[in-house]
Design a protein around this ligand. Sequence first.
Ligand SMILES: [Mn+2]
Length: 266
Amino acid sequence: MKSEHAPEIEARAHWRRLAFISDLHLGPDAPLTTARFLQWLQADALQADALFILGDLFEAWIGDDLLDADPADVHHEVCTALASFASTDRFLGVMHGNRDFLLGSGFVQRTHVQLLADPSVLRFAGERILLTHGDALCTADIDYQHWRARCRDPVWQRQVLAQPLAARRQQAAALRAQSRAAQSRMETSSDADPAEASRWLSQAASPWMIHGHTHRPCDHWEGGRLRQVLSDWDLDAPVHSVAHRAQVLWLDQGPGALAVHRQQLV
Ligand SMILES: [Mn+2]
């Protein structure tokens, strides 16, 4: 696809610890997950010199003006916490997911995060690491890719954002209901295509990819290259279910080698 022109993020010289998360799907329907994220962001996340949130931080984002609408809205609380993290002089990068693709300049002004292009190449410790949300890799789901092309179109987005907030709220709720019914539109049920991932890595001259979206956390070694799929977070799922999880991927630059580990927060 378009990874040959992926913008590069150059790690700052002092960076030693990086954290990667995705697919938290925060919002009013996920109070426990949201509370855990806020707690993590104010404590353990401060061990990171840079935090990368690779899409679907929010379950839905109907426009930055939602932050002007209701101060009691949980999205406010999350944005205040992000701003607080960013104010510590740490790098905070946020990539759009398929749920929160409307995060825009109002969100950036409020939080001081850096919006990351999808895909981007992170240059850290001599490595080139390709970062993407992951939905564009799910090429087998043709319907979803059509929807993706449509909703990422700036003209379509302007038309949507021109509608009143209440109308957008209704539309988002309808889309989510439809998604639950069809498991297609907003959420793809198909997996990332390894051949597509391999093409992206070749184009980006990178041996290493980190992505989310599929909710299938795993390290894939494919043709001598590593593709790390992040976990989703869902602490609102029943405690003993498989879905009940929250994970952080850490990269540590030690004296010699680069260490990678997955931390289970529950
Ligand atoms: Mn997603």
